[in-house]
Structure formats: C-alpha cells, structure tokens
Design a protein around this ligand. Structure first.
Ligand SMILES: Nc1nc2c(ncn2[C@@H]2O[C@H](COP(=O)(O)OP(=O)(O)O)[C@@H](O)[C@H]2O)c(=O)[nH]1
Ligand SMILES: [Mg+2]
Length: 552
C-alpha cells in the first residue's frame, strides 16, 4: 500500500494549494474561513495515510438496519443489531485482515477503536464503518457522526420505508454532504416490506426529494444536477446474501480505493471553494467583477479628489505663494528701506503667517477635515454595498470608515505634497531694481541734506518754474524726483513680484492637483483596493479549484 503523497498530475495538491489561497482571500473579505482551514488540514492528513483501502461509512437513522446490513455483508454478527435502541454508540470498523496494520494510523485518526477484521476478497478494498444513529435521541451519537463524516471517503446513506422521507436526512445531512462526497449511495433497506412496485415508487420519491429538496440549492452545488444523480439501491439486510445483492454490487463496482479517496477530496475541496465563492457573491463561471465597476470607481475617485482638493484649500495656497514671492522680492529688490521693512515683517512673524506656502501645505491636516472626502466615497459605494453579498458587506462598509480611509487619503496627500518642487521663484530683475532703489534712497538723503544746507546757509540754488506751484528751488525738486523714482521702482517691483508669484502659484496648484489626483487614484482607496484584490484572488482561486476537479 502507498500513501497518497502525490497524484499522477498533482492536480489535487494544486487544488488544495488554491483553496488555501481562497481561504486567505475570504478572510480579507471578512468571511469565516475556519471550516475551510479544517477541511484543508483533514484533506492533507488523509493524503498522508494509506489510500489503497478507502473508508465507507454506513450513515442513517435509528433502526434503519445499518448494523444488520454490515452483518449481512459479513455473513456473521459483526455489529450488534437490535430492536432495542440505540445500539451502536461508537463506530465499529470492519476491515480487511491483510490491511489491518497499515490502516492502524488511519483508524486512529478516525478515532475508531472498535475494529473487526475479515478475509472477504469480493468486497474490494474497503473499510466499512458502522456509525451511531444520526437521528438518535442521544445527541452525542449524532455529534459522533458529524465528527467522523469529514474524514470518511464514501458514504452509504441507509434509510428504510418509514424514514426515507425524513427531513433530517435531507436537511441536516444530504444538503451538506452530497456535494462534498464523490462516492455515495442511498440504500433503501427493509425492501422486503414493500412490493416490487412500491420499491420503484420509493426510488422515484427519493430521486424527486433529492431534486426538489436539494437540486440547485445544495450548499456549494451550483447546478445541483450532477449531485442528485447518486444511485438509490434497494436491499433487505435480513434476507441473506440475495437481499443485499444490489448493495454488494455497488460496493464491488470496480472502483479503486485510491481513486475514491482522491475524488472525495476533490469533491470536498470543490464544494468548499464554491461555498466561499457563493458567500462572497462571486460566480466562478462568470468573468470576475469588482465591487465598484470602472465607471463608478472613476466617478468615486473624482468625487474624493475634488473633496480632498477643497480640503487643502488651493486658493489660499495661491495667496500664500504670491505673498511669499512678494516677500522674497522685497528682500532682494527694495534697497535699504525695504530690507528694513522686510526685517520687521519677518521678526514680527507676520510673514510666516501669510507668506509660507510650504508651511501652509505641511499643516494642511490642521485645517482640512477629510470628512467630505470620506463621505464622497461612502456615497459612491452605497450602491455596491447593497448589491454585495451579505457576508462581505461589513468588510466593504468598513473601507469607508473614516478610521480606515482617512489614513490612506492623508498618506496620499502627504506624498503628493512631498513630491512637489520646493524652491521659491526669484528674478534677476529684482537686484537691479534693488540697486536703483538704493540710488533713489541715496538721492533722497542727499536732497534732504541739500535742503537743510539751503535753509541754514542759503547758498545760491537754481529754481525751476513748475505749473501751479510756480518757482520751486532745486533741492525740493531733487527730493520730489527721488521720492517719485523710489515710488515707481517699488510699484514696479510689487507688480512684477505679483506676476511672478501668481505664475508660480498657478504651477504649484496644478502640481498639487495632479499629484493629489494621482495619489488618490493609486493609493487613496487602498482599503477598498485590498478588498477588490481579495475578491479577484478568490475568484481566480475558486475557478482554478473547480477547473482542476476534472483532472483528479
Ligand atoms: N424486515 C426487516 N427488518 C430489518 C431489516 N434490516 C434490519 N431489520 C431490523 O431492524 C432493526 C434495527 O436494525 P439495526 O441493524 O440494529 O439498525 P441500526 O440501528 O440502523 O443499526 C432490527 O430489529 C433488525 O432486525 C430488513 O431488511 N428487513
Ligand atoms: Mg446499529
């Protein structure tokens, strides 16, 4: 016997790996993944045990004849059968003697302690478990069945003319297990109590119950059709070997243990992949769709962008940029008086408040509540949220929670701000104006000195005939002209600096806008993008698992 380390194609192992990936993605989407993880662990455990012998469980309600059926197969009383209920509280395993030792590990894993051996070669390589009653009044019995079912390779669902219609068989067991098992049969026991016609009628009823009750609705069964095609065999466990012929035939149907084990694992893995996809609202048969379709995403990004840009307050940034440029011009182009006033501005802190575009940007968080940006995305997501599968809604809703979205938007804005060029604009004209302004200031000083000299010592000076004022002495004319020139120089500097500043502010605004737009589009919706990525991964992984099933 060999352990199933790897199949010929490794397809099953690939499926398991893809289901791992699907489980991780499901977790990101807020879906519970414990069960899938347990299934994966069980599948890997099973692959580590010998596989030439597969494990078949006899599962059914109280008194349907599970133990009797096993005894009939064995031709002796392997398992106590009785009208007194319940009889079997722990599973009994009936295994080929030759395989007993190699099955020890597998039986221990199944937690079956009561093992009986047989030498029958006609049955094929099967270890049969007689399980406790699935509908027993002792709830521990049902729990034991549910505990062992994930680990068995095949199941015979035993029922009888009284119980074949019971809801518990369909709702509590078949609904879940039909899709997860590859080899299974419904065994109608006690058929000796029915006429041949009645047996056929019950067979039809069972098929109808399966189709109507579970068809298309079984968990993970996307079409349901292939799953309801399981055989319904009619037997009589108390009528000797002839009574159980149909069941013995089904058992000996020439299927190799290894194939049964692997196809069972493939069915289980597929069923769980389908279940995850269903919970996430994904149809693996269709192309992947995002939570937010491209048009809605574009609109959302635009809305978020607009809100972020409003929060940064670009008009105020422009004013700051212009003021900073002016301050720079004042320092360099106003001559000695200007240097003095600009010093006063700087020392008084006035300049830092109104002419510091860098500081204004860096401190954007203080004045920029991003609530409107968060709200814009919330609004954009509202439709997708309603359309999303209920199980992923909480995760989707959390992407627009301020606590989640705000940090990623803030980081995006910070990156956008950090990317921008920092140098304040300057102009070669300003020092020239500054030099002329120095000359004008000197001329003013000289004129004042001249006036003082003229008043005190009355040296002879020329006068100029001016309209309206009449004859004006030269010292005064010199003073007025030098002041006028200084004023014109200051005005031109102001106008030029304003023009340079506005141009720079415009560029700065465009840079910030572009950078913010880029960052918000690429990273601002990061919490949502994580979910989108998980959804894509889940889609791809479940698709792979389902596609691989055919190859195992
Ligand atoms: N008439 C009839 N009785 C059966 C048949 N199989 C089992 N019984 C009886 O049904 C009762 C319960 O059988 P048992 O094997 O203990 O059922 P279990 O609880 O499913 O293991 C016993 O009294 C059996 O003799 C059958 O095919 N025909
Ligand atoms: Mg029994």
């Amino acid at each position: 016997m060999t352990a199933i380390v790897d199949g010929p194609s490794g397809a099953l192992e690939r499926s398991l790996a893809r289901l791992d990936v699907a489980a991780d993605a499901a977790e990101v989407l807020g879906l519970p993944s414990d069960e899938v993880r347990a299934v994966l662990a069980e599948a890997r455990d099973r692959l580590g045990f010998p596989s030439d012998v597969y494990v078949l469980a006899l599962v059914g309600g109280t008194g349907v004849g599970k133990s009797s059926l096993l005894n009939a197969l064995a031709g002796s009383a392997v398992s106590p059968a009785s009208v007194r209920r319940p009889t079997t509280s722990e599973p009994i395993a009936w295994v080929p003697r030759a395989a007993r030792d190699e099955l020890a590990g597998l039986l221990a894993w199944l937690e079956v302690g009561d093992v009986r051996e047989h030498d029958q070669s006609t049955l094929g390589s099967v270890a049969i478990l007689d399980l406790p009653d699935m509908d027993s009044v002792a709830t521990a019995h049902r729990a034991r069945v549910e505990q062992v079912l994930p680990k068995v390779d095949a199941v015979a669902w035993i029922t009888d003319p009284e119980k074949y219609h019971d809801a518990i068989l369909y709702d509590a067991f078949l609904r879940t297990w039909l899709a997860r098992l590859a080899r299974q049969a419904i065994v109608l026991n006690k058929s000796d109590r029915l006429t041949a016609d009645e047996v056929e009628q019950v067979r039809r009823d069972v098929v109808r119950d399966l189709r109507e009750g579970l068809g298309g609705r079984g968990p993970g069964s996307r079409d349901g059709r292939d799953r309801v095609g399981i055989p319904v065999v009619a037997v009589s466990a108390t009528a000797g070997p002839a009574g159980i012929r149909e069941f013995a035939d089904w058992l000996a149907d020439g299927v190799k243990g290894k194939a049964i084990v692997r196809s069972r694992l493939a069915a289980t893995v597929t069923a769980h992949a389908e279940r995850l996809a269903l919970a996430a609202g994904i149809d693996p048969d269709q192309p992947a769709t995002p939570f937010l379709d491209p048009a809605a995403r574009h609109a959302a990004t635009e809305a978020v962008n607009a809100a972020v840009l409003r929060a940064i307050d670009l008009p105020a940034l422009e004013r700051q940029a212009v003021a900073a440029t002016r301050a720079q011009a004042r320092r360099r182009g106003t001559g000695p008086m200007g240097v003095l006033t600009s010093l006063v501005y700087r020392v008084s802190g006035r300049e830092a408040q109104v002419a510091d575009p860098d500081g204004f940007l860096v401190r954007w968080r203080e004045r920029a509540p991003l609530a409107p940006a968060v709200e814009a995305l919330r609004l954009a997501l509202a439709g997708s949220l309603q359309a999303a599968a209920p199980a992923v809604r909480p995760a989707l809703a959390s992407t627009v929670e301020p606590a989640r979205l705000r940090p990623s938007l803030e980081a995006a804005v910070d990156r956008a701000i950090a990317r921008r060029e920092r140098t304040l604009p300057s102009s070669r004209i300003w020092p020239v104006i500054g030099f002329l302004q120095t000359l004008a200031t000197a001329a003013t000083a000289l004129s004042v000195a001249w006036i003082v000299l003229w008043v005190l010592a009355h040296p002879p000076v020329d006068s100029v005939q001016l309209p309206v004022l009449g004859l004006v002495p030269m010292p005064f004319v010199a003073l007025v002209v030098s002041l006028l020139v200084g004023y014109v120089l200051a005005r031109s500097l102001g106008l030029h600096a304003g023009w340079v500043g506005r141009r720079w502010a415009g560029r700065l605004r465009r840079e910030i806008t572009a950078a913010v737009e880029h960052e918000v589009a690429e990273h601002g919706l990061e919490p949502l993008d994580r979910l989108e990525a998980a959804r894509r991964t889940l889609h791809e992984a479940t698709r792979d698992v389902i596609a691989v099933r055919g190859d195992t």
